[in-house]
Ligand binder design. Structure first.
Ligand code: ASP
Length: 376
């Protein structure tokens, strides 16, 4: 018997089909943001009669927002070997000047106004060799020089050898803003000032007993030693140099400088020092720096020291370095002595002197200091 073999094969096929549908959606979003950096020209407009001037951009915009600058103010009140009993008065004087200039900057006022107001305070303070209480010239008269300069437009106003103005810096400012000229001397300067509303005074109103005595002593000593009766030839750092000056940076990022002086003791009538000469005792250019000097005027003039210093800053050096270098240069090149304050548009400052003392003060939104000793 044949057997039957039954083979049962069960095949189970399980097919699992998984269909994965991936949908890729690529969304490209392009956002175009246009950033407009607008540079608005600043400073005051030039009056039509002063010809063409080229204001340097002042305000800066970033992402459409105006970036204000923190203001800075630096003032000085002379550089020499001030005796201890005069230290207090000098410190007080530069602090008062700082406060007056700062009031302008704080409310958003221009650097030009700030330096003018700061200098006026020191001209009115008999401690300093500026305005009333200045040194007397050989004839016993007060003869004043002052300069003010606007870094945005390079406009400047200066007066020299004026004898009837309490605040020569006010007259200088009027020249800057209302005259096609830059510099007036003597009677012409006083006439211009009077025509522009600045009252004149008598020369005697500017003379104080302390200075009459100082001149008398100086002349007596010079005579007894048979010396040349002309102080400015001296390189003696104990000879007082109490010229005043200020440099400022305002919220619109403009800089300005002003310097005012009664010159050197026993100077020859008509002698003009460095203080009121552009680039010598005072300078301001938004492209470089604002500077004000004090000290023995003749050597400073020869080196055009304020402009020399500003040029160093335009070349990329820090004001601190440039100020120190200026003092080294003054000493090494012409055996001069004095001091300098300098400030750039970034708000960086330099204060230096090669005399034993210098009265200075500065203020920013974060810091303020007033000193009389050497700045390291
Ligand atoms: N520089 C001034 C001048 O020679 C003097 C001073 O700074 O005190 O007239």
């Amino acid at each position: 018997m044949q057997g039957r073999i039954k083979i049962k094969i069960r095949i189970r096929v399980k097919i699992k089909i998984r269909i994965k549908i991936k949908i890729r959606i690529k969304i490209k979003i392009r956002i175009k943001i246009k950033i407009k950096i607008k540079i608005k020209s600043g400073g005051q407009e030039c009056p039509p009669h002063t010809g063409t001037c080229y204001p340097i951009p002042s305000q800066r915009y970033f992402w459409g927002l105006l970036l204000p600058t923190d203001p800075v103010l630096v003032v000085h009140g002379g550089a020499w070997a001030m005796p201890d009993d005069m230290v207090e008065a000098h410190i007080r004087g530069v602090k008062n000047a700082l406060a007056a200039g700062w009031r302008v900057l704080e409310r958003g006022g221009p650097a030009l106004d700030a330096v003018e107001e700061a200098v006026v305070i020191m001209e009115d303070d008999e401690t300093f060799d500026a305005g009333r209480g200045s040194f007397l010239n050989r004839d016993g008269r007060v003869q004043l020089d002052a300069l003010i300069m606007d870094g945005a437009t390079l406009r400047a106003g200066g007066v020299g050898c004026v004898e009837h103005l309490r605040n020569p810096v006010r007259a200088a400012r009027k020249i800057l803003s209302e005259s096609p000229h830059v510099y007036f001397v003597g009677e012409g300067a006083e006439k211009f000032a009077a025509q522009h509303g600045i009252p004149l005074c008598k020369n005697e109103d500017l003379v104080i007993p302390r200075e009459v005595e100082r001149l008398r002593e100086y002349q007596a000593e010079a005579n007894s030693h048979g010396n040349e009766l002309f102080a400015p030839t001296s390189d003696d750092v104990t000879i007082s140099h109490d010229t005043v000056g200020a440099v400022a940076l305002d919220r619109d990022r403009n800089i300005a400088a002003a310097t005012s002086t009664g010159g050197t003791l026993n100077k020859a009538p008509g002698r003009l020092g460095d203080s009121s000469l552009i680039g010598c005792g005072c300078y301001a250019d938004n492209l470089s720096a604002a500077a004000s000097t004090t000290g023995w005027g003749e050597p400073i003039m020869k080196l055009v020291l304020a402009k020399w210093t500003a040029d160093r800053i335009a070349a990329g050096n820090l004001p601190e370095w440039a100020a120190l270098e200026a003092m080294n240069y003054l000493k090494q090149r012409v055996n001069g002595h004095g001091g300098i304050i300098v400030l750039n548009r970034e708000g960086q400052i330099g204060i230096a002197h090669n005399t034993p003392r210098m009265a200075w003060a500065y203020k920013t939104t974060k810091k303020h200091e007033a000193e009389i000793e050497r700045v390291a």
